[in-house]
Design a protein around this ligand. Structure first.
Ligand code: AHG
Ligand code: MN
Ligand code: MN
Length: 340
């Protein structure tokens, strides 16, 4: 019989991998695993809203049924308050940072950034959604509450990041900077079990993933690149949940793009809790992540919590090729240069 390794066992075994191997990050990752199970239970009930009550409306008992992204947000906050390892959270669902109380007079040394429910428009139609998280070590003195500056760190400072995909099965994928591992939830025992060890993204693949409906709103060089993908007969896949699209690309290779558009001149996705954690995971799996100015996502300065960024993520050869394509297209053709 194959030996089963649960998420909790794996986290403890790998504790020595962390730069600060004191067990605090271990506790925090376990809190995330618990929250993911609770959110998973609720996501699985989403199809029953007509019986149990519409999200945002009332259920049969007259109780207010929370929208699932608010529910997920609250559950992650509750679970992360448990161990006291996390001193604060920045979430897509909250304008400002949330301070968490220390436990037994001990203040947490870490802060968490998260998108509690990614792809929330998919919920009502039974299509995959996810959770994205990233963990930073605090910069401020741990004898007091955490500060905004603890969150405004570059992606390259992340000590751990992960996502949960609530799909045909539920899978939690995370990295602490020593490779990427995936754990599938076995509902019969209620445990995340190691199912994908040391995940590696293929060097290239056959998928491109972009909201092609915005084609006319992209910059001209992006349009040409998308034409090129189409010319190559790459297959277009776009779920509307970045976690789901990235998950396919991690397994099968490809490229995901959310460029700036006229509506979102800086891009739509959020640097702190969407782009950076996903960039860390993809880079750890051997992939690349840049913005449409061809800068590495994890090197970008984060100046505000809900800052947006354009993003191009995926198989290394495909991101390199996209960069070459954009550079070439941006260079003025010789015929357009002023004649000497
Ligand atoms: P969220 O549900 O957290 O707001 O995120 C949705 C994001 C991302 O996951 C997805 O790729 C993108 O928005 C979809 O946006 P468009 O509908 O504009 O393509
Ligand atoms: Mn999102
Ligand atoms: Mn969200």
């Amino acid at each position: 019989m194959n030996q089963i390794t649960t998420l909790d066992e794996f986290i403890i075994k790998r504790q020595k991998d962390f730069s600060y191997a004191t067990g605090e990050l271990t506790g925090l990752l376990r809190d995330i695993g618990v929250a993911a199970k609770i959110v998973n239970r609720e996501v699985n009930k989403a199809g029953l809203v007509n019986i149990l009550g519409n999200y945002g409306g009332e259920n049969e008992s007259g109780d207010q049924v929370k929208k699932l992204d608010i529910f997920a947000n609250e559950k992650f906050i509750d679970c992360l308050s448990n161990s006291g390892e996390c001193s604060g959270i920045a979430s897509e669902e909250n304008d400002d940072i949330i301070h968490l109380e220390g436990v037994d007079g001990k203040d947490g040394k870490y802060v968490l950034v998260m998108d509690p429910l990614d792809g929330s428009s998919n919920i009502d139609v039974n299509v995959s959604v996810g959770t994205i998280f990233g963990i930073y070590r605090r910069k401020s003195d741990t004898s007091g509450p955490c500060k905004l500056s603890d969150f405004l760190q570059q992606g390259s400072e992340l000590v751990a990041a992960g996502y949960v995909l609530y799909g045909t099965s539920t899978i939690l994928v995370y990295t602490t900077g020593r490779g990427v591992n995936g754990f599938t939830l076995d509902p019969s025992i209620g445990e995340f079990c190691l199912s994908h060890r040391d995940m590696k993204i293929p060097d290239k693949g056959i998928y491109y993933s972009v909201n092609q409906g915005y084609y006319l709103k992209f910059d001209v060089e992006l349009r040409r690149y998308i034409d090129y993908c189409s010319d190559l007969n790459l297959r277009l896949r776009y779920i509307g949940s970045m976690v789901s699209d990235i998950h396919r690309i991690l397994f099968q290779g490809g490229i995901f793009l959310y460029p700036n558009t006229r509506k979102y001149p800086k891009g739509k996705l959020r640097l702190l809790y969407e782009c950076n954690p996903i960039a860390f995971i993809v880079e750890q799996a051997g992939g690349k992540a840049i913005n449409c100015k061809l800068e590495r996502i994890m090197d970008l300065d984060v100046v505000e919590l809900h800052q947006r960024s354009s993003v191009v993520i995926g198989s290394p050869e495909m991101v390199d090729e996209m960069m070459e394509f954009i550079k070439r297209y941006q260079e003025p053709a010789t015929s357009e240069l002023p004649q000497a």
